[in-house]
Design a protein around this ligand. Structure first.
Ligand code: FES
Length: 175
């Protein structure tokens, strides 16, 4: 009998977390560094990670959740395949970062912090990404797009769509 995918996935996450926790001593002061390491590894904080960290630090998962939600650097849902980070630091805000955020929301039909149904795109606001001279700035995956305008949003979406079609084509050809 094959194991349900969920269980396999949970076991994989658990193993990964056990490995990751070995780099830390079990003191409360390590909570934030541990959560940061988890997020770097998975791109978000899975439920299993909350439970494992709670057991490791001997505090309740609820308390960890409370601390983690206080810092808005942590997310509890998987990011989109293309995670769109709209900079709303001072320079970008002054140069219309909010308009860019609204355009992404309108085009993707999601709210800030959301992910599209097909998990292709996630949307979040970030503080200064360090290239204010290019404001307003948006980071999609590892690529920083400067001097953003609503029409550039369209261009980026089109690029992603074309890349996806190409990927699907390659995938279908290799099957
Ligand atoms: S404020 Fe957006 S890059 Fe600095």
């Amino acid at each position: 009998m094959t194991e349900p995918t969920n269980t396999i996935e949970e076991e994989k996450i658990q193993k990964e977390i056990h490995k990751l926790l070995q780099d830390f001593s079990s003191t409360r002061e390590n909570l934030i560094p541990i959560l940061q390491a988890i997020q770097t590894t998975f791109g978000f904080i899975p439920q299993e990670a909350l439970r494992e960290t709670a057991a490791f630090l001997k505090i309740s998962p609820g308390e960890i959740f409370g601390v983690a939600t206080f810092y808005n650097q942590f997310r509890f849902t998987p990011p989109g395949k293309h995670q769109v980070k709209v900079c709303l630091g001072t320079a970008c805000h002054i140069r219309g970062g909010d308009i860019i955020m609204e355009e992404w929301k309108r085009r993707l039909q999601i709210k800030e912090g959301g992910v599209t149904e097909d998990h292709e795109f996630g949307l979040e606001r970030v503080g200064c990404v360090g290239c204010c001279v290019l404001a307003p700035v948006v980071q999609v995956g590892d690529i920083v797009h400067g001097k953003m305008s609503p029409s550039v949003v369209n261009g980026i979406l089109l690029q992603c769509e074309l890349a996806k079609r190409e990927e699907d084509k390659t995938h279908n050809e290799t099957e």
